[in-house]
Design a protein around this ligand. Structure first.
Ligand code: SF4
Length: 205
């Protein structure tokens, strides 16, 4: 559908119908996101505070927290991400339906935080799944997490049905491969396997 409005730029004039659809559609999406309950450590307490009446996430139309990834479109990774937890986070991410978004809450989820380079902690969940917004802090305040939510909304509002991957026939997002992590995933009682790993690491220097 085209308009004859001369004041509109040519590109907008050509796509005014889709631009209007984008605005309405994205407004609805941004104001009705369904977050997934996902608490890994202390940052989850701030997440809960953000949900409660004082900060009140429901003001943004997001009061329904889903327990199933298949019913959620926003994952809050709030807390310390251990190596044993990463494959499960990736699996949950893959089970979420498109369009989906990830918000990393706190220093641990964004970079490993105080446990960075610890033997059992990864240096940020963004190494394993695409993260849309990172909220720094140890822990971030509920206001900071709300600020991160608003930045996710900005991202949603800036997307277009013309370029969104999930509307393209042959460009459905591939599942993120499950990571194979380091020796911490080995059975600590398996002494022989551990010795081989230690020797291999020593040879590498
Ligand atoms: S960033 Fe700080 S408050 Fe958050 S999970 Fe890590 S240690 Fe806990």
């Amino acid at each position: 559908m085209q308009t004859n409005e001369p004041a509109l730029p040519a590109e907008l004039n050509r796509n005014v119908f889709l631009t209007t659809i984008d605005a309405i559609y994205n407004f609805g999406r941004a104001r009705s996101m369904w977050p997934m309950a996902f608490g890994l450590a202390c940052c989850a307490i701030e997440f809960m505070a953000m949900m409660a009446s004082r900060f009140d996430l429901s003001r943004f139309g997001m009061e329904i927290i889903r327990a199933s990834p298949r019913q959620a479109d926003l994952m809050f990774v709030s807390g310390t991400v251990t190596k044993k937890m990463v494959p499960n986070i990736v699996r949950l991410y893959n089970q979420m339906a498109e369009p989906k978004y990830v918000l990393a809450v706190g220093a641990c989820a964004t970079s490993g935080g105080p446990f960075k380079e610890g033997y059992n902690v990864v240096s940020g969940i963004d190494k394993y799944i695409p993260v849309d917004v990172c909220v720094p802090g140890c822990p971030p305040t509920p206001e900071a997490i709300l600020y991160g939510v608003m930045r996710v909304h900005d991202k949603v509002l800036g997307q277009s049905v013309r370029s969104a991957l999930w509307y393209k026939k042959d460009q459905l997002n591939e599942p993120v491969p499950l990571p194979v992590l380091g020796p911490d995933l080995y059975n600590p009682k398996d002494r022989e396997a551990l010795l081989k790993l230690v020797e291999a690491a020593a040879e590498k220097g």
